[in-house]
Design a protein around this ligand. Structure first.
Ligand SMILES: CCCCC/C=C/C(=O)SCCNC(=O)CCNC(=O)[C@H](O)C(C)(C)COP(=O)(O)OP(=O)(O)OC[C@H]1O[C@@H](n2cnc3c(N)ncnc32)[C@H](O)[C@@H]1OP(=O)(O)O
Length: 395
């Protein structure tokens, strides 16, 4: 995990230790970007290097490695570093990427770098104010939060990352739940934007947040997780999950703390904790056996068996499954009716159902986080995360 501590994030920093930003007005920048798409002078290259720092969309590790390699080739020529050891994952990934460019000339590398940045800039969001943005609650980047017809909807909004939960999303979700618990809506719905409900914890959290002190990082992550799951345990109103597509990891385990779970028939439920060298969270170590029986829960939580929406419904994890083609229409129609029921009665009934176990759930949550804190420092976990980040393994 020492290698992970250095972090793929460092590729980004190491490859861009450059001069301070130049200030360029937007029209000048646009003109410039169309120019640099065609050329690769030293000046264009320097501007592209600065432009990279202003990208709003996170380009992903594969692109970062490509940028790193082209930058090194353009500034230093062919790879001149000794090959790092096989367990030095980060430096090995960087070395591989740079070395793969062989004898590419500095000029061509500069030009390729400029073109790559130009393409990345072209796919950036142009301006705020998309249709419907007026109804969006302000203050969230990773979520879209809206309130209407007595329903507060919290939508994961990182579709290009399959709605993986980065640190910002954990914080924003806690804030959104806190606000939804107090607003005048009757029910709260969580769903995902795009083809996934959510692919779970963003595995880049492991490299982005790690400082030199791995123990401290694991401790901070455990505190974050405990507080995060605590918000679901304490949520005072009916909480509904609209599982619009596949779900992996923590968005699945949390389902035991929801009151209703509606799923598209495209949804799947996957908790591959052993594959990741990790252990269950979200109170699933207690709620899953309680909901589906210990044998079915073990297949999911210990052996990482992925189940379909239909299977999840048969096992009691999901309330009802809908054909994907009618999922949105049917579920929203139903929820709008539910949201008209007397809100205080619904809240009180939910609390009657849940409150008896609240204290126990908080204790389970604490214990799961304590165990995970140690798992995150294990070699099994470090290897699994590095394999994903270096593109060697997906689930
Ligand atoms: C601090 C609190 C910790 C709480 C503990 C929580 C535990 C968990 O949630 S464990 C589960 C963790 N999740 C995973 O292990 C999923 C990893 N992702 C995958 O295996 C795959 O991405 C996939 C099966 C979910 C989807 O595969 P595919 O359809 O082929 O799509 P891509 O892999 O190309 O994904 C597109 C894009 O999204 C990025 N991405 C997807 N999931 C994650 C993730 N969990 N973390 C980080 N990034 C993720 C993926 O890297 C791609 O990005 P680009 O390469 O930049 O396009």
């Amino acid at each position: 995990m020492a290698a992970a501590a250095a972090g793929l994030a460092s590729i980004w920093r190491l490859s861009h230790r450059l001069r301070p930003l130049q200030v360029i007005s937007f029209p000048v920048l646009q003109l410039h970007m169309s120019r640099i798409a065609m050329g690769g002078s030293q000046k264009d290259f320097e501007m592209a290097v600065n432009q990279v720092k202003r990208l709003k969309n996170e380009p992903g590790n594969e692109v970062k490695l490509k940028l790193y390699a082209l930058y090194k080739q353009a500034t230093e020529g062919p790879c001149n570093m000794p090959k790092p050891g096989m367990f030095d994952f980060i430096n090995k990934a960087k070395w591989d990427s740079w070395n793969a460019l062989g004898n590419l000339s500095k000029e061509t590398a500069r030009q390729n770098y400029v073109e790559l940045v130009s393409n990345l800039s072209a796919s950036e969001p142009s301006s705020p104010g998309k249709p419907g943005a007026g109804r969006k609650q302000a203050g969230y980047d990773t979520l879209v939060v809206t309130s209407e017809d007595g329903i507060t909807k919290i939508m994961f909004n990182r579709p290009t990352k399959k709605n993986a939960l980065n640190h910002q999303m954990y914080q924003e979700l806690m804030a959104a739940l806190e606000a939804a618990g107090k607003d005048d809506s009757a029910i709260t719905v969580i769903t995902g934007n795009g083809d996934y409900y959510s692919s779970g914890n963003d595995l880049n959290n492991f490299t982005d947040s790690l400082q030199d002190d791995i123990e401290k990082s694991a401790q901070n992550a455990a505190i974050l997780l405990r507080n995060f799951v605590g918000c679901f345990i304490d949520f005072p109103k009916p909480l509904i999950a609209m599982v619009n597509g596949p779900a992996v990891g923590i968005p699945v385990t949390l389902l035991g703390l929801f009151d209703i779970i509606y799923a598209s028939d495209r949804a799947t439920f996957h908790t591959p904790f052993s594959h990741l060298g990790q252990s269950p969270e979200g109170c699933s170590s207690y709620m899953f056996p309680k909901i589906m029986g210990s044998a079915k829960a073990a297949e999911m939580l210990i052996f990482g068996k992925k189940i379909t929406a239909k299977e999840a419904c048969a096992q009691g994890l999901v309330t009802e499954v809908f054909p994907d083609s009618t999922f949105q229409k049917e579920v929203w129609t139903r929820l709008k009716v539910y949201a008209k029921l007397p809100p205080n009665a619904m809240r009180i009934s939910k609390q009657l159902i849940r409150n008896m176990e609240k204290e126990k759930l908080h204790a389970i949550n604490s214990e799961e986080c304590r165990v995970l804190q140690s798992r995150w420092q294990s070699e099994e976990c470090a290897n699994a995360v590095m394999n994903f980040l270096s593109r060697k393994a997906k689930l």
